[in-house]
Design a protein around this ligand. Structure first.
Ligand code: MN
Length: 211
């Protein structure tokens, strides 16, 4: 008897704003390709790995990433990359929006000032980590036991796998910026602050503080 294991486990979340809503900072064509094609591929690959591994059915992507060493070796690499890609991008769409940007608000504003001196120094630190990430990866603000920290990760590696809670992150894969910015990653990183949705970042910070 063939078992039907085609049921999707993970799904790409729909954008809560239009593809062109982040113009002129992120162009609509990049958003279409990035959300509909790249993120979908991570989801499809993660679901294929789960389908081959019945003991993982029902686990959240975050649970998988939090304890990669417990994942069967045959699918560990695939899930590190693709469950990682799914979680990273799901956050990415949520923390951006139209009519956003500007200085941070709420509790995250105070925490950024306390940790990094001021918003400008924090931006510089995050941008610098993004510029220096060799090849593909992400630049992050994450909460750990020592408080807030900036870090970068290669590929689709998640701070969750280091025991950290990602609060905010920018994608420095070329697919995130190449159509509009070509090789000018630093320019993209600078422009990206104009689309950061601080309300959503505050929600993630509040949730991370409770974990
Ligand atoms: Mn991406």
């Amino acid at each position: 008897m063939a078992t039907d294991v085609k049921a999707a486990v993970f799904e790409v979340p729909a954008l809560t704003y239009a593809y062109e809503a982040l113009e002129p900072y992120i162009d609509a064509q990049t958003m279409h390709l990035h959300h509909d094609k790249h993120h979908q591929a991570y989801v499809d690959n993660a679901n294929a790995a789960i389908a081959k591994t019945p003991e993982l059915a029902g686990k959240s992507a975050e649970e998988i990433l939090a304890n990669l060493s417990a994942i069967p070796e045959a699918v560990r690499g695939a899930l590190r990359n693709n469950a990682g890609g799914h979680v990273n991008h799901s956050m990415f769409w949520a923390i951006m929006g139209p009519n956003a940007g500007g200085a941070p608000t709420g509790a995250i504003a105070d925490a950024i000032t306390k940790t990094f001196g001021d918003f400008a120094q924090f931006q510089e630190k995050l941008n610098d980590a993004g510029v220096k990430q060799f090849g593909s990866g992400w630049t992050w603000l994450a909460l750990g036991s020592g408080g807030l920290q900036v870090l970068s990760t290669p590929n689709q590696d998640s701070p969750i796998s280091q025991g950290l809670h990602p609060i905010l992150g920018n994608d420095v894969w070329e697919h995130a910026y190449y159509l509009k910015y070509q090789n000018r990653r630093a320019e993209y990183l600078k422009a990206w602050w104009n689309v950061v949705n601080w309300n959503e970042v505050n929600k993630r910070y509040a949730a991370a503080l409770k974990k």
